[in-house]
Design a binder for this molecule. Structure first.
Ligand SMILES: [Zn+2]
Length: 233
C-alpha cells in the first residue's frame, strides 16, 4: 500500500484499486487514509465501488483499512474520499502541537511525556515539577505569535545514514525504529527554524493555517506531569 498522505497531506479524493481484501479488512494500492500513530488518530472516510459506499471505520499499520461491512474484493476499482473536515482539523492540531512542544522545550527545557490529538480537543503531557499556569500561558502566547508568522511547513525524505550525520538529528534518529528512510519535517527555515524532527503525521503547509491555539485546561497527572488541553479555531 503506497501511503499518499506522506507526500501530499492535502489529497482528499483519489481513485485506485483494492490490493487485497479479507472480509471487512483491505489494503489499497494507494491510500491517503492516515493510520493511527504518533498521537494522531486514524482518518475516517468513504470507499465507493459500483455505486455503493463503504465507510472506513478504522485504519492501522498492522491491519490496514477496516470497513463497516464486507463486499470489496482484490482488483476492484474504487473511489476514495477522506472525511476532510476532520482530517484538516487534525492537521492544524498536529502542527500546533509541534510548535507548543518546541516553545515549551526552548523556553523552559520542559519535556513531553505523551500526546493525543483529536478534532475537538487535543492534549499534551508535559513534565513540569511546578504547576506553573503563568508559564504555560506565556508559551501559548509565543506559540500563537509563531503561528501568525506564516512560516512554511515542509518535509524532506532523508536516508537514516545521512540524518545521523547532522548533529541535532543524530539523537533523534537513534531513538527511532530501524527504518532506512526518515521523513524530516521542518516548521520554519533558516534562522526562523522552530522545529525539525522525523515525523510521519499530516501537517498544514503554513503555520498561518493553524488559526488561534487556545489553552482549554491544565490537569495534574502525577507529581511532575501536567496534562494540557488545547483546541484551534
Ligand atoms: Zn508529530
Amino acid at each position: 500500500m503506497k501511503n499518499l498522505y506522506l507526500i501530499d497531506s492535502y489529497l482528499k479524493e483519489w481513485t485506485t484499486k483494492v490490493e487485497s481484501a479479507d472480509g471487512r479488512f483491505l489494503t489499497l494500492r494507494e491510500s491517503a487514509f492516515y493510520p493511527a500513530g504518533g498521537g494522531q488518530p486514524c482518518d475516517k472516510g468513504v470507499i465507493a465501488c459500483s455505486g455503493k459506499a463503504y465507510r472506513v471505520s478504522d485504519v492501522s499499520k498492522k491491519n490496514g483499512i477496516q470497513l463497516d461491512e464486507e463486499g470489496l474484493h482484490a482488483g476492484d476499482s474504487v473511489q476514495c474520499a477522506l472525511d476532510w473536515e476532520r482530517r484538516y482539523m487534525l492537521m492544524r492540531m498536529h502542527t500546533a502541537a509541534h510548535i507548543l512542544i518546541a516553545v515549551m522545550y526552548r523556553d523552559g527545557k520542559v519535556l513531553v511525556t505523551g500526546n493525543q490529538l483529536d478534532a475537538e480537543k487535543s492534549r499534551i503531557d508535559f513534565s513540569l515539577e511546578e504547576m506553573d499556569r503563568q508559564k504555560i500561558d506565556e508559551c501559548f502566547g509565543k506559540a500563537n505569535d509563531i503561528a501568525k508568522w506564516n512560516l512554511p511547513v515542509t518535509f524532506a525524505f532523508m536516508e537514516r545514514e545521512d540524518a545521523e550525520k547532522i548533529p541535532h538529528l543524530q539523537k533523534l534518529a537513534a531513538g527511532l525504529p530501524n527504518i532506512d528512510e526518515l521523513r524530516i519535517l521542518s516548521i520554519g527555515e533558516g534562522s526562523e527554524m522552530v522545529d525539525e524532527q522525523a515525523d510521519g503525521g499530516t501537517h498544514v503547509r503554513s503555520t498561518a493555517e493553524i488559526g488561534e491555539i487556545k489553552l482549554l485546561s491544565v490537569e495534574n497527572k502525577g507529581r511532575s506531569n501536567r496534562r494540557v488541553y488545547y483546541k484551534v479555531e
